[in-house]
Design a binder for this molecule. Structure first.
Ligand code: ZN
Length: 208
């Protein structure tokens, strides 16, 4: 992964997660984006996140990286060459206020360091990904575990929709949604992201 261009994120793409936040399970795909300034590598420890803006929640997600320009009829395997396990950090209290007002989510989702990425790895294809759970441990304790088999909108649907509405090209990445178990991080927490049994990346959180 060289230069990251667009950062897309899918909201509410796992049934149990939509329900845990009291949201209806969606019938159409919901996309939002983050500025590229939000991107941070998990090795850039500590990861500085906003204090005094209410709860900062972790959302562990599978992230796809497009290797080329999407063309009509392309499969995920043809478009995507790499993937990462990442975190879509969210200012949950800010988001709740924005939702009430009907305002965009930028302030809740687009702040600096809100798109954490572990080292990109080769994308093995959708079928192979379904054989591997991704998970997040906070201070050594598992808090989230997911598998893309449980996606409401699958990877193929995500790339087709994103390309059709917004464009998809080399350097674009897509956070594909978080499973249930989201919760707050606190100053000094260690977050460890796993792809199967393999530690994909680990970061210490600093709230400033
Ligand atoms: Zn998310």
């Amino acid at each position: 992964m060289d230069l990251i261009r667009n950062v897309y994120c899918v909201g509410r793409n796992y049934r149990a997660h939509a329900e845990e936040l009291g949201n209806a399970v969606p019938t159409s795909l919901m996309l939002f984006s983050k500025p590229t300034h939000a991107v941070v590598d998990s090795t850039a420890s500590p990861i500085v996140l906003p204090a005094n803006a209410g709860e900062v929640h972790y959302e562990v997600e599978v992230v796809l990286a497009a290797a080329r320009t999407y063309e009509q009829g392309m499969t995920v395997e043809e478009l995507v060459d790499e993937m990462s396990v990442g975190i879509d950090f969210t200012l949950r209290d800010v988001q709740t206020e924005l939702k009430k007002k009907g305002h965009p989510w930028l302030a809740a989702k687009g702040f600096r360091n809100s798109a954490l990425l572990t080292k990109f790895r080769k994308f093995p294809g959708t079928a192979a990904c379904k054989q591997v759970d991704f998970s997040l441990r906070k201070n050594g304790q598992e808090v989230q575990r997911g598998n893309i088999s449980d996606l409401i909108f699958d990877l193929q649907t995500i790339i087709e929709y994103t390309a059709a509405h917004f464009g998809l090209d080399a350097g674009d990445i897509i956070f594909t949604g978080t499973p249930q178990g989201v919760g707050p991080v606190f100053d000094g927490d260690t977050l460890s992201l796993y792809w199967g049994h393999e530690l994909a990346g680990e970061s210490v959180i600093r709230l400033i």
